[in-house]
Design a protein. Structure first.
Length: 266
């Protein structure tokens, strides 16, 4: 089996500490959706079969939003779900879909609505169970002051070129380190945090199977044991918690009717 590559969750060194504005959290959430497509596509299939027909009907009638709201604008506003009409059964169906899979999170509900809109506009996306990838974050750039280097010119009657260039480079490195320190302090003073460089794709799959599919951590451990090597249940639990932190999921393991003998993570 080819080794799976793990793309970074953020290409920058710093990300917002606000989950909804964090590129890292957003990318991790997309990784969860991709994991669901691999190991538990039912969550997206049910969105397609149980919810999309109602969305399609209301969209054709131009009745997706309450009152005079423009639903296309509301999708990228503060509360897309709140702008959704109470008529036609769509809101109820979407709520039931989220509850069925223990997936009651604002970002999932909003993402589902944007995904439904994408499926309506581009039917091929629905056949692929493609999830909407747009991130409607709002943040303010944090930019360090311009880096400027000032150093006395080369006095050719006093210094050889090797001596002068060595002194110049030493001064440059010293000033560059100071610039890095000051800019990092600026970033952290604005509430930014260091981006995480490593993560395990398996953790996202374990999270999906535990949280959405209702599998026990022991069952997941048995499923992912490879080459006769036993996977410890505690490793799975740690991985699930790590994935939950990356996507800012604060209600792990809440039970639903179809969940049995599942172990809650504390």
């Amino acid at each position: 089996m080819a080794k799976r590559t793990t793309p970074p969750l953020a290409f920058s060194e710093y990300v917002s500490c606000d989950a909804d504005n964090s590129v890292q959290v957003w990318q991790a959430r997309l990784q969860v959706i991709e994991a669901a497509k691999r190991v538990f596509p039912m969550i997206l299939e049910k969105l397609s079969t149980d919810v999309f027909p109602l969305y399609c009907k209301l969209a054709k009638e131009g009745k997706l939003a309450k009152g005079r709201n423009d639903f296309n604008k509301a999708l990228w506003g503060k509360s897309p779900y709140a702008a959704l009409t109470d008529e036609g059964g769509l809101k109820i169906a979407l709520t039931k879909w989220a509850a069925q899979f223990n997936a009651e999170a604002d970002w999932l509900m909003v993402g589902a609505l944007r995904t439904l809109q994408g499926w309506y506009v581009a039917p091929d996306w629905r056949s692929l169970l493609a999830w909407d990838h747009h991130h409607g974050r709002k943040d303010v750039p944090v930019v360090g002051k311009p880096f400027e280097l000032s150093y006395p010119g080369w006095e050719v009657r006093l210094f050889t070129w090797p001596a002068y260039s060595r002194s110049l480079r030493q001064s440059f490195e010293k000033q560059l380190l100071e610039y890095e320190r000051q800019t990092r302090e600026l970033a952290e003073s604005r509430g930014l945090v260091r981006a995480r460089r490593k993560y395990s794709p398996d953790n996202f799959e374990w999270f999906v199977l535990y949280q959405f599919a209702g599998m026990t951590s022991n069952t997941i451990a048995d499923r992912y044991a490879r080459d006769s090597k036993v996977l410890d249940e505690s490793t799975v639990l740690k991985g699930i918690k790590a994935a939950a932190r990356l996507i800012a999921w604060n209600h792990l393991g809440q039970p639903r009717q179809s969940r049995t003998r599942n172990r809650k993570i504390r």
